[in-house]
Design a protein around this ligand. Structure first.
Ligand SMILES: Cc1ncc(COP(=O)(O)O)c(C=O)c1O
Length: 421
């Protein structure tokens, strides 16, 4: 039952007390945990669902609690959202070694051999491998077989599933990542402010929470200076849960299972294929391409995230702010920039470490930084396809690009400074 009907029909209080309004909330929250486990075919004996405000909160929880110390290693694909990249700050500050594994053109993938080599490097303690199941920049779907590989090498795995689960089945009976961050608004568009960390009980037992809070403990003493964490997943949930919105996740999941995640996957794949075909085929009258695509050009092992730049008839990259401005005028929402994934952007625009070092400390604004790097634009343009997208959306985007930019030099007057990448 969605929010309005449920709120009209019941009275709900803060969960985990013994009173009718509290019990009503507790029951719905627990039902939602069970629905999430079912959705991912995860056994409650193996996995816990920890409610978080979003995927970022889930990454932070793992980062701040993971037992990083000298002798342990954090391995990340360079293709990671900043919410996963941020884990490195916890690792570095506690003396762990951090290693990024690069992506390579043309598809901007990472080789399994490179992951294996990184996992094989000498270490004295358990390590953590962090990678996205689907890149939020290129749409690349990284191999889930890396999970088992990492386990064989004594690593835990954080599989960032935020961009993957909206249109792909994730079977946690088949693959067994230790930590899986998810944001639910990415799956059904609503509710915001509700995400979760799916975590293996065994891996959770290795985490050390650096603090406690209301809701996380069985008991604590102010005078005595001690506390005892709760024995279940609530040890990782801080304060009052978003108990009025969490039940909407159960409703959303039942909508998804009504359609079928495999059907959603198929539909998004078809739409992505059509969009990629059209973008690849677009040409100026002189025959030069109108679009430069980043990442895989076809639908094999990739999702519905399509990143590109518009090219002028002279073959120059058009400033991404022009495309954002013109698309907005046509009421089309595209995202521009590096999409909080600087590593994939550095791979896509072949930015070298040397160039990056050159700009450190010299750039005062994002525009300065881009100038020092010698980049023609501040990033790419991204169109994302999902369960609500249809063929008309694809056709409208294609028509907009053709009508606005074919055989024309884009008008770059009046662009405002960039504020974030
Ligand atoms: C792959 C990936 N990971 C993590 C995040 C962070 O999600 P949120 O901002 O909902 O916490 C995003 C958001 O776009 C993402 O695409």
């Amino acid at each position: 039952m969605f929010n309005a009907a449920r709120l009209r029909g019941g009275c709900f209080g803060n969960p985990h007390s013994d009173n009718p309004t509290s019990s009503a909330s507790t029951e719905l929250v627990e039902r939602t945990r069970a629905a999430i486990l079912r959705h991912f075919n995860a056994s409650p004996r193996e996995y816990a669902v920890i409610f978080m405000p979003n995927a970022t909160g889930a990454c932070r929880l793992v980062g701040e609690s993971y037992p990083f110390r000298p002798g342990s290693r954090l391995v990340l694909t360079i293709d990671n959202h900043n919410s996963a990249n941020g884990i490195r700050e916890f690792a570095q500050s506690r003396g762990a070694v951090v290693q990024y594994v690069p992506v390579h053109p043309p598809e901007l993938r990472t080789g399994t051999d490179e992951i294996r080599a990184a996992l094989t490097r000498r270490r004295r303690r358990r390590g953590l491998l962090v990678f996205p199941a689907q890149s939020n920049f290129t749409g690349v779907q990284h191999p889930l077989s890396w999970i088992e590989l990492a386990h064989e090498h004594g690593y835990d795995v954080l599989l960032d599933a935020a961009a993957y689960v909206p249109a792909n089945p994730l079977d946690l009976g088949e693959v067994h990542p230790d930590f899986v961050p998810v944001s639910w608004y990415k799956v059904f568009g609503y509710p915001t402010g509700v995400g979760c960390l799916l975590a293996r009980w065994e891996a959770l037992a290795r985490l050390n929470r650096p603090w406690f809070a209301g809701g996380t403990i069985q008991t604590a003493s102010a005078l005595g200076g001690w506390h005892v964490l709760a024995e279940d997943e609530t040890a990782f949930e801080d304060g009052t849960l978003n108990f009025l919105s969490i039940p909407d996740v159960e409703a959303g999941l039942s909508r998804v299972s009504g359609i079928g995640i495999d059907l959603i996957h198929q539909r998004v794949t078809c739409l992505t294929g059509w969009l990629l075909d059209r973008l690849r085929d677009m040409r100026h009258a002189g025959g030069s391409p109108l679009i430069r695509l980043y990442g895989p050009q076809g639908t094999v092992r990739r999702g519905g995230t399509v990143a590109f730049n518009v090219l002028t008839p002279q073959g120059k990259v058009a400033d991404e702010r022009i495309v954002a401005r013109d698309a907005t005028a046509r009421r089309i929402s595209v995202r521009t920039g590096c999409f909080c994934n600087p590593g994939a952007a550095e791979g896509a625009f072949t930015i070298t470490e040397k160039a990056l070092t050159r700009s450190v400390g010299r750039a005062r604004t994002l525009d300065d930084h881009l100038r020092l790097l010698g980049l023609p634009s501040g990033g790419a343009v991204r169109a994302s396809l999902g369960v609500v997208s249809n063929l008309r959306d694809v056709e409208r985007l294609v028509a907009f690009l053709e009508e606005t930019y074919r055989d024309r030099t884009p008008d770059d007057r009046g662009l405002r400074p960039r504020e974030r990448c």
